[in-house]
Design a protein around this ligand. Structure first.
Ligand code: DGL
Length: 266
């Protein structure tokens, strides 16, 4: 890794506001790190786009974050990770952390042997997802569901709307016929729907999302490269969106530390 130092910020990007669920976990575990978050809401949803387009957008976001001096990039989007992270790792000289549907722990802990995965079409159809599933889910039944339409509703700020709840019911009810005991959230937007999802799936289904695991992995990779921040004064957090400022502000309204949220044309 050339010319990286621990004072540089961590960069994160997502197709929109969903990756803030990852940012919150990262900030909780690594409060001394400066961060820059890119919300590419203008191009959401990525999950419905062809692989080449997802790759192009991931490259664009990566280059913006590198130009802003990031020492490590978190691809805070399952769709971008599963379709683009191999390319990014090969072509850019900073560490990348990705997020994939957490099939492994779900398969490990499942007692009924049936696990549900709610993710985007782009993630479910990716080669990386296929590889992970065939490796870790060979002894269980997986019920995959494309959450088409959920990301645009979340991007519109309609977290608890009747439209969102109806769509969740439509997707989750058939999955429940399979006696699943774990539901993997394979999209960083979906943790914002956990209260509504819980109401539908009930207490016997454990919901798994990978935010905390991503934060732990980020810490361990920073440590390995001697890039952990030793800045014990207030850390700086910059959020950029090319979509609605208000929706991003709302999703971050539970953050108590000072953060800057700005519009950026990218
Ligand atoms: N947050 C993205 C993910 O984790 C959403 C993808 C999309 O924009 O469709 O997959």
């Amino acid at each position: 890794m050339v010319n990286l130092n621990n004072k540089q910020p961590i960069g994160l990007f997502d197709s929109g506001i969903g990756g803030t669920s990852i940012w919150k976990e990262v900030h909780k575990l690594l409060p001394n790190e400066n961060t820059i978050y890119l919300s590419d809401s203008k191009n959401a949803p990525y999950g419905e786009k062809p692989v080449e387009e997802i790759l192009k957008l991931s490259i664009k976001n990566t280059e913006i974050l590198l130009n802003k001096g990031c020492k490590l990039i978190i691809v805070a989007c399952n769709t971008a990770t599963t379709n683009a992270i191999n390319y990014l790792r090969k072509n850019y000289d900073v560490p990348f952390i990705g997020i994939e549907p957490a099939i492994k722990p779900a398969a490990l802990y499942s007692k009924t042997g049936a696990v549900g995965i709610l993710a985007t079409k782009g993630t479910l159809s990716s080669k990386l997802f296929e590889k992970t599933s065939s490796e870790f889910a060979k002894n269980i039944v997986t019920i995959e569901q494309d959450g088409e339409g959920l990301v645009p509703l979340i991007e519109d700020g309609k977290l608890n709307s009747s439209e969102t709840n109806e769509l969740l019911l439509k997707y989750l009810s058939p999955m429940l016929q399979h006696n699943l005991d774990h539901l993997v959230l394979g999209c960083t937007h979906y943790p914002y729907l956990i209260p509504q999802i819980k109401k539908i799936v009930g207490e016997n289904v454990t919901i798994i999302d990978s935010g905390a695991a991503v934060a732990k992995q980020t810490k361990s990779i920073l440590k390995k490269h001697h890039l952990l921040s030793n800045n014990f004064t207030t850390s700086k957090h910059q959020f950029y969106t090319n979509g609605s400022l208000e929706v991003l502000q709302n999703i971050l309204s539970d953050v108590t530390d000072p953060i800057l949220i700005e519009k950026l044309d990218f």
